[in-house]
Design a protein around this ligand. Structure first.
Ligand code: DON
Length: 304
């Protein structure tokens, strides 16, 4: 497959594609990012790295971190985890409260905010130093120990996390949050504030394309059976109330974040990431989705 040629075509397509999306402003620090940033990186299991644009510049991974949180929790626990968080698409916004009330504080899936907050609670109960372990996990799967949080983004989200605090309070009233609300919120915001480049994210996501193993040394990070499940949840829940649309247009398991990043995989083929900050009304990168739609169209293959 001529991936670099295909990426070059996508880059020139995007240069002339009008967009209506807006950079996220509800976390004030994210509003400072230029809407013009654009990068893409494809890491092929057989033939290595292909890229264009700002693929080496770090950005706020935000909800893409939820995939790493789920992976860590699944590597530590078995099916008991899914008594506290379900694996069904929500059909609602990522930060919605409504289903939680009539579904007794059990979030629909680990990728909506409520679900990731439960996963954070589980990790706090299981790990001695959850922040350190979380960062070490990312350092391990990328082979890059310089990855860290952006302190300004962390502080900025901390000052305005009223909805996430509401989600935590509601779930705690149902007994589905075991630790202190402030502690869970702090750890959740920490994960979202991690910065990575498209290249680093593609390297991290290679474990999901490679049956749970690091490509660099074959180390099994998570079992292939659990990897299958994580990929299934990405496919059905990775884009919130736009998960159907992403499957329909792109046809790959993936995960978005309000920093404008999207990471996706084609099992046994590649991990691919794109960064473009303007978001569509559902909170997903508008040009990022378009770039990935072009990728599966131009290559002529997706998982379907
Ligand atoms: O909790 C929040 O609202 C953000 N830290 C993360 C949300 C997010 O990235 C949703 N993704 N599209």
């Amino acid at each position: 497959m001529k991936y670099q040629q295909i990426l070059n075509t996508i880059q020139s397509d995007l240069a002339t594609t009008p967009y209506a999306g807006k950079v996220a402003t509800y976390i004030p620090e994210l509003a400072k990012i230029s809407p013009k940033k654009l990068g893409m990186h494809l890491y092929c299991i057989n033939s290595g790295h292909y890229s264009f644009g700002d693929n080496d510049e770090r950005f706020s991974i935000q909800s893409i971190s939820k995939v790493f949180g789920l992976t860590l929790a699944m590597s530590l626990l078995n099916d008991e985890l899914f008594k506290r968080v379900d694996v069904e698409p929500s059909g609602n916004a990522f930060n919605s409260l409504i289903q939680l009330e009539y579904e007794n504080g059990i979030p629909r899936n680990p990728f909506i905010n409520a679900g990731a907050l439960v996963i954070s609670d589980v990790l706090i109960s299981t790990l001695k130093n959850p922040k350190k372990s979380f960062l070490e996990f990312i350092h391990d799967i990328t082979g890059n120990t310089s990855i860290a949080i952006n302190q300004e983004v962390f502080n900025s989200e901390k000052e305005c996390s009223f909805r996430n605090a509401a989600l935590l309070n509601l779930m705690k009233s149902f007994g589905n949050i075991k630790n202190e609300i402030e502690e869970v919120l702090d750890f959740y915001i920490y994960q979202c504030a991690i910065e990575m480049s498209c290249k680093e994210l593609a390297t991290a996501f290679m474990i999901y394309a490679n049956g749970g193993k690091k490509l660099s040394n074959g180390q099994q990070i998570i079992s292939s059976q659990k990897t299958k499940r994580i990929n299934a949840v990405m496919q059905t829940c990775g884009f919130y109330d736009e998960a159907g649309e992403f499957s329909f247009r792109v046809g790959l398991p993936g995960k978005s974040g309000v920093g404008g990043g999207i990471a996706a995989i084609h099992p046994e083929q590649y991990a691919v990431t794109v960064w473009s900050p303007p978001l569509n009304p559902k909170g997903n990168s508008e040009l990022g989705m378009y770039a990935l739609e072009r990728l599966t169209t131009l290559t002529g293959f997706s998982i379907f």
